[in-house]
Every structure is written in C-alpha cells, then in structure tokens.
Design a protein around this ligand. Structure first.
Ligand code: AMP
Length: 173
C-alpha cells in the first residue's frame, strides 16, 4: 500500500539542538527503516522528477539514499556530489558560505555531459547553500539542471531563492 505524504511526514522525527544548539534536525531514519514508507517516499519523489531529465544528482549523504531509490524507479543514472577527498577521479569543486564558515562539494569532471539534463535530489532544503552548490557543479560539467526535488523544505529559510532552477518539495514547513 502506498503511504500518503502526510503519513510519511508523521514518521519524520524532530530532534532539537542537533548537531548544534538551535537547530531542529529533521531525522528521516524512521522513514527509511519502514519498508512501506521508504518505497512510498521513493514513488512520490519519482513522480516529481521533471520531464526530460536524463540523470539524477544527489548530495552526500542522505541524498544518496533517496537519489538511488528514485533513480531505480525512473530508470535514470545517478551522479554523486560529495565532500572533498571522497571522489577518486578528477573533480570540479565549489565552495560556499555557511552560517559559520565555508563548505566545499565536488563532482567528477566527466559525471555529466552537455547532453545531460540533470535533476538534483536531496532530503532537506534549508538555507539552499548546498543545493545551489550542486547546481553550480552540475552546470560546470556542461549539463543543464532541470530542477531539484526534496522530501522537505524549511520554507522560512528561503533556500529556494538561492536556486537558479525550480525547486519542488513533498513537504513545505
Ligand atoms: P542547506 O545548505 O542549509 O540548504 O542545508 C541542506 C543540507 O543540510 C541537506 O543536505 C540536509 O541534509 C542538511 N540539513 C540542513 N538543515 C537540516 C535540518 N534541519 N534537518 C535535517 N537536515 C538538515
């Protein structure tokens, strides 16, 4: 049986002050450990992938779990966007500002080509810095970004304003 988005939402656990004080962490592990909920989540996300998308790109590390499940459902290849030093071949890097400090993400230089139309998949859209960096990296490979799809968007952080392509989320808070 396919669970509704509301039923999936009810399984997401709020963990206050993780990983640091003031952050309300959205813990998706109860969704992943429930077979029906995980399969339903993948189905809902797969329905939101824009038409014409040729590949998915997902962001370390919870994004990998969702990206892989959606890629299987849509018959699409999956490209990994990772923290520095994790990808073995030549990479493009992009650094971006966090609330405190900076972070960097990388993609393999040949992960995508200029014929690819790629959609970014991740669990949470918060301030948008991570997804915006993923957009930059995908574009650097020559690909066109068709959009990004999230399980959950923290709308009050206005993350989608940082994105050049259209963002979609199953749940908007
Ligand atoms: P941001 O760059 O601020 O949009 O943060 C997005 C990344 O951080 C995503 O890959 C999320 O997995 C993670 N993240 C940010 N805020 C939260 C939160 N409140 N709960 C869970 N994950 C979060």
């Amino acid at each position: 049986m396919k669970l509704s988005v509301e039923q999936i939402h009810s399984l997401i656990r709020d963990v206050p002050d993780f990983p640091k004080p003031g952050i309300l962490f959205k813990d998706i592990t109860p969704v992943l450990s429930d077979a029906a909920a995980f399969a339903s989540l993948a189905d809902h996300l797969a329905e939101r992938i824009p038409a014409g998308t040729t590949k998915l790109a997902s962001i370390e590390s919870r994004g990998f779990l969702l990206g892989a499940a959606v890629a299987m459902r849509r018959g699409l290849g999956l490209v990994l966007i990772r923290k520095p030093g994790k990808l073995p071949y030549s990479t493009f890097s992009h650094s971006y500002d966090l609330e405190y400090g900076r972070d960097t993400l990388q993609i393999h230089v040949d992960a995508l080509s200029n014929e690819d139309r790629v959609c970014i998949v991740d669990d949470v859209l918060a301030t948008g810095g991570t997804a915006a960096a993923a957009e930059v990296l995908c574009t650097e490979t020559g690909a066109t970004v068709t959009g990004s799809v999230f399980l959950l968007e923290l709308g009050f952080l206005n993350g989608r304003q940082k994105l050049k392509s259209s963002a979609d989320a199953l749940i908007r808070l």
